[in-house]
Ligand binder design. Structure first.
Ligand code: ZN
Length: 207
């Protein structure tokens, strides 16, 4: 960041609320996406995009296996699916986190793990008979957990919000509700972080 920009931010904090922020090109690189059926994958993507819509980000979904490394994004987050992404016939395993983001020495890394089995266990009982409904709910659950982890990556924070997608834990009701999104404080935290990083991003994208 140049001294000029620092001065500008100090003199005019309104800059960080600038609604005209150029969107950050965010590449979401999904590992082993073939493990999700097409319906689940479609719901997963649309739910993630719905929740991230208030943010100045433009999302590009890519498969890790087919990703062309010459393609560039401002930010890349790798998403890895853990556990069984097909509805299991057996008993559910003991409780595990729905997802987590890697943190090293306090720094949030752009590497997210999503636990299909834990998400399914939280969503519905194994007696749910409708394949269509299971696929949709798993996709929505994956989208909400992904949005939560992306909140950590884009804000650079390991803290949690009091409500919304960025709160510490999801209940079954949280995953079922239709209006779940990022709360205002989480959106503001990410916008500030993106604003602060913007000169850095512009340097790499505009010669
Ligand atoms: Zn969290």
């Amino acid at each position: 960041m140049t001294p000029w920009v620092i001065l500008l931010l100090l003199a005019n904090p309104v800059v960080v609320r600038d609604e005209t922020l150029k969107p950050v090109q965010l590449g979401l690189i999904l590992e082993a996406e073939d493990r999700l059926n097409p319906e689940t994958r479609a719901w997963f993507r649309s739910e993630t995009e719905r929740i991230l819509k208030p943010l100045p980000v433009s999302i590009g979904w890519r498969s890790l296996e087919r990703y062309d490394r010459r393609e560039s994004f401002d930010r890349i987050i790798v998403l890895r699916l853990k556990g069984d992404c097909v509805w299991p016939d057996s008993e559910f395993s003991p409780e595990r986190p729905l997802g987590f983001t890697h943190v090293t020495s306090g720094a949030v890394l752009p590497y997210v793990e999503l636990d299909c089995l834990s998400i399914q266990r939280t969503l519905l009982s194994k007696l749910e008979p409708s394949v269509v409904r299971r696929s949709r709910m798993l996709g929505i659950g994956l989208g909400r957990v992904t949005a939560h982890e992306i909140y950590h990556v884009l804000s650079g924070s390991t803290a949690h919000a009091a409500s919304g997608v960025a709160k510490r834990a999801f209940s079954r009701e949280d995953l079922f509700r239709s209006d779940v999104g990022l709360d205002a404080s989480s959106i503001e935290l990410i916008r500030k972080r993106i604003s602060a990083e913007r000169p850095l991003l512009l340097e790499t994208t505009e010669p």
